[in-house]
Design a binder for this molecule. Structure first.
Ligand SMILES: Nc1ncnc2c1ncn2[C@@H]1O[C@H](COP(=O)(O)OP(=O)(O)OP(=O)(O)O)[C@@H](O)[C@H]1O
Ligand SMILES: [Mg+2]
Length: 236
């Protein structure tokens, strides 16, 4: 089981020639929470994910992980604690399902533990019997399940998903978000999902809304289960 990671943006600005993608954004993603990031196209959602995942650097401000500002030297180590799921599944077409899940490990030797882990993950997403299939033999929802397994191969403490249901119909999209939420509980991860889908957002425990590179809204959807437990078991 991975250690959950909390991440923050502190006064983060990200500029591109002629535009400011993020403007002095402060955002704290609590340990173990499931946060939806919403907002119109171009509002900065993907930029936030890339910064929090250590795949991009701010022009101003700091990105923090577990309370410490990430320096350029720490980025590699940070990225190894992050799993990333994309709208387009980005599977390698010539590799089998199992090898796609193992792809992040492949530059190094795939040891027995990793192979076991990959098999366990394919079981967890309901694709154990398709390990030897090629991506082109799978439906969109199945391909996204493979991509999710791949994102979890290194036991990330933080799962970042960029419109993970954007290429799927609403029924399959719903299955994918349920799967992400259940995997997050099972493996213990902080989760941040950029989405245009209100139903995806409603299933997270907090919704952060971006507009023109600034935070335009931040609401809690429902108390997390552990909060309810602490309140004395309000849940049946
Ligand atoms: N590599 C880049 N070079 C130049 N501009 C960029 C780059 N990446 C993002 N931008 C700009 O930064 C702004 C924020 O982009 P971002 O991709 O974060 O938006 P988004 O909220 O994820 O949008 P969408 O919902 O369409 O995915 C946009 O104006 C975009 O054009
Ligand atoms: Mg985006």
């Amino acid at each position: 089981m991975g250690e959950t990671v909390d991440v923050s943006l502190r006064g983060v600005t990200r500029r591109y020639p002629g535009l400011t993608a993020l403007d002095a954004v402060d955002l704290e993603i609590e340990d173990g929470s499931a946060v939806a990031l919403t907002g119109p196209s171009g509002s900065g959602k993907s930029t936030v994910l890339h910064l929090l995942g250590g795949m991009d650097r701010p022009d101003d401000g700091t990105v923090e992980a577990d309370g410490t500002a990430l320096t350029p030297r720490q980025l590699d180590a940070h990225r190894r604690r992050v799993g990333f799921v994309f709208q387009r599944f980005h599977l390698l077409p010539a590799l089998t399902v199992l090898d796609n899940v193992l792809a992040p490990v492949l530059p190094r030797r795939v040891d027995f533990d990793r192979r076991e882990r990959a098999t366990e993950l394919l079981e967890a997403v309901g694709l154990a019997d398709r390990a030897d299939a090629l991506p082109s033999e799978l439906s969109g929802g199945q391909q996204q399940r493979v991509a999710i397994s791949r994102a979890l191969i290194n036991r990330p403490g933080l799962l970042l998903a960029d419109e993970p249901t954007g290429n799927l119909d609403s029924v399959i999209g719903r299955e994918i978000i349920d799967l992400l939420l259940s995997l997050r509980e099972r493996y213990g991860m902080t989760m941040l999902v950029a989405t245009h889908d209100p139903e995806v957002a409603a299933n997270c425990d907090r919704i952060v809304r971006l507009h023109d590179g600034r935070i335009a809204g931040d609401e809690r959807v429902a108390p997390a289960p552990d909060v309810l437990n602490r309140l004395g078991g309000l849940r049946p």
